[in-house]
Ligand binder design. Structure first.
Ligand code: 3HC
Length: 295
C-alpha cells in the first residue's frame, strides 16, 4: 500500500487513544471507521470526538465547518467485517495486552483487503511478535500516538523485524498528513523511545509514595516546575491512564528486568480501578474536585 492510495482508515478500539486517533485522521480528511466490541463503547468514543471537536472550535483552533466535516467522516461500527472490509489502513488501539491484540488481529485478518497496512498503537509490546500472528508481517508496523492525540505532536513509527520499507514510509507519510511529526524507531524494544523513559518516571514517583519519601503534591510540584514538565508525574499518569502505565511496566518488567517492577502504590491504584481522568478518579479526584490543582 502506497501513501497516495490511502483514503479510508479503520481505528480499532474507541477508548482514550482510539477515539483521539480517529479524530486526528478525520480532521486530516480521511474517512474513518471507528470500531469497538460494544455499541456503548463505540458511542462513548464518538461522543468524546464530538466533545473535543466542539472544544477546538470554541477555542478557534479549527472552524465550526471543519469540526462538522470531521465528525461526518467518522462512522461507528461494532461489526468487524463492516468496519474493516474496505479500508486501506487499520490502526489498532485496543487494550495493552498481547493476547487481546492477537485475538483482534485474528478476527480482522479474514475480512481485511490484502494490500491494507496494519499499524498498532501499542505503547510497549513487541511489534515483531504481534506481526507474526498476522498473514502480513511485512505490512505491519507500530504507529504510536501520545495522549491526547489531538494535542500531541509526536508519532513513533516502529519497525518490526518484518516491516517493509514501503509500509514504514507510507505510515510516516500518513503521520505527516495527520499534521504530526513522525520519528522512526528502528529497534523494536519494549516501550520504544518515549515510554522507556517516561513510564519509569511515573513508576519512580509511585515508589516514592510507597516509601513515604514524598507526597503526590510535593512530587508533582517538583516535577512540573523544577523539571519543567508540562504536567506533574501523577497528573501525567492520570492523563495517560494508570492501567496503561501498569500494563507497560508489567511487560517491561517481564522483558527488561526488575528495574521496571511496578510500585505497590501504583498496583493499589489500579486494583481500585482508579485509572485516571477517564474513570473520574486516579491519583486525583476529577468528579468531586477540580482534578489536579498543582501549585
Ligand atoms: N480535545 C480538545 N480539548 C482538550 C482535549 C482534547 N482531547 N484534552 C484537553 N483539552 C482541553 C481541556 O479541556 C482544557 O480546556 P479548558 O481550557 O477549556 O479548560 C484545555 O484543553 C487545556 O489545554 P491548554 O492548552 O490550556 O493546557 P496545556 O497548555 O496544559 O496543554 C496538554 C494541555 C497539551 C495536554 C499539556 O498539558 C501536555 O502536553 N501534557 C503532557 C501530555 C503528555 O506528555 N502526553 C504523553 C504521555 S505518554 C503517552 O501518551 C504514551 C502512552 O503510550 C502511555
Amino acid at each position: 500500500m502506497e501513501f497516495d492510495d490511502i483514503e479510508t482508515i479503520a481505528v480499532l478500539g474507541a477508548g482514550n487513544m482510539g477515539h483521539g486517533i480517529a479524530e486526528v485522521a478525520a480532521l486530516a480528511g480521511y474517512e474513518v471507521n471507528l470500531r469497538d466490541i460494544k455499541e456503548e463503547f463505540v458511542q462513548n468514543g464518538y461522543d468524546q470526538i464530538e466533545w473535543s471537536l466542539e472544544k477546538l472550535a470554541e477555542k478557534e483552533q479549527i472552524t465550526q465547518e471543519e469540526a462538522d466535516a470531521a465528525i461526518d467522516r467518522v462512522t461507528p461500527y461494532v461489526d468487524v467485517e463492516d468496519a474493516v472490509g474496505d479500508v486501506d489502513v487499520v490502526i489498532e488501539a485496543v487494550p495493552e495486552k498481547m493476547d487481546i491484540k492477537k485475538d483482534v488481529y485474528g478476527d480482522v485478518e479474514q475480512y481485511l483487503p490484502e494490500e491494507a497496512i496494519v499499524a498498532t498503537n501499542t505503547s510497549s509490546l513487541s511489534i515483531t511478535e504481534l506481526s507474526e500472528v498476522t498473514e502480513r508481517p511485512e505490512q505491519f508496523c507500530g504507529m504510536h500516538f501520545f495522549n491526547p492525540p489531538v494535542r500531541m505532536q509526536l508519532v513513533e513509527v516502529i519497525s518490526g523485524a518484518h516491516s517493509s520499507e514501503e509500509t514504514l514510509q507510507a505510515t510516516e507519510d500518513l503521520a505527516e498528513a495527520f499534521g504530526k511529526t513522525p520519528v522512526r524507531v528502528h529497534k523494536d524494544s519494549p516501550g520504544f523511545i518515549v515510554n522507556r523513559i517516561l513510564v519509569p518516571l511515573m513508576n519512580e514517583a509511585c515508589w516514592m509514595v510507597s516509601e513515604d519519601a514524598a507526597t503526590i503534591e510535593e512530587i508533582d510540584s517538583a516535577t512540573k516546575f523544577d523539571l519543567g514538565l508540562p504536567m506533574g508525574a501523577f497528573e501525567l499518569g492520570d492523563q495517560v491512564g494508570n492501567d496503561v502505565t501498569y500494563h507497560v511496566l508489567e511487560y517491561m518488567n517481564e522483558v527488561l528486568g526488575e528495574a521496571y517492577e511496578p510500585a505497590p502504590f501504583l498496583e493499589q491504584i489500579v486494583e481500585e480501578e482508579r485509572f485516571g481522568k477517564k474513570t473520574g478518579e486516579g491519583f486525583y479526584d476529577y468528579e468531586n474536585g477540580d482534578g489536579a490543582d498543582i501549585p
